[in-house]
Unconditional design. Sequence first.
Length: 272
Amino acid sequence: MKFALKSILVASLTLASAHALSQDLNSALTKAVSAAERSDNSARDEYRHPIETLNFFGFEPSMTVVEIAPGGGWYTEILAPALKGKGTYYAAHFPADSSVGYYQRSLAGFKKKIAGDARFSEVKLTEFAPSTHLDIAPAGSADMVLTFRNVHNWYMGKDKEGALSAFKSFYKALKPGGTLGVVEHRLPEQRSDEDQKSSGYVKQSYVIDIAKQAGFELVASSDINANSLDTADHPKGVWTLPPSLRLGEKDAAKYKAIGESDRMTLKFKKPL
């Protein structure tokens, strides 16, 4: 009887701990996403589904997380506050020694954004560029690496070589059992591979293949960020759609009605 009661108590404590962890996770993400400081960026939540996406990847506020190419800091505004005090957030931004003007402007804007803002006081800034700047975090230190809508850039820049070197750097940074989360504009599988070179869309099969070549295992895929209205066949590629609206006012209502791109959401792991 005593053994049975002890087992019940242990089980109850385990359930209580799991519930507390779940509450902590939901609270951290909800608080970060609903922060008033995000007012300029929150309009895109309906297309990016940050809470659902991060939950799918298995995000926890005590993790060490690396975000690849955070750009203007859209996800930084969620990840950095959610991890602050319990976890670690690495922002692997463009290299400081890059000769590309856009990279320099983007990095300068990001540095300005995080400077003097308490939400970002614990951000660790590192560098990333395919084939050249691959030390995004200490080797084997990260629980999670996240990349949002970047694979097409590596493909268009250096074809397979660029994307593969990127995924290998993610693999190196992750702990055994760590998670790689990928969100990317999705090209229909029946389309020509040539369309990946300029459209901003890539095939889901291509992303999975590159990840596997780097050593990852596919854990799951999700349609959290899918958009069935997007045909992935537009005059200016993915940039025809919001928020870019590369055609300006021409057919703007049509493309706004479609919304942002159809996206794959893939969860990989580094094998134990």
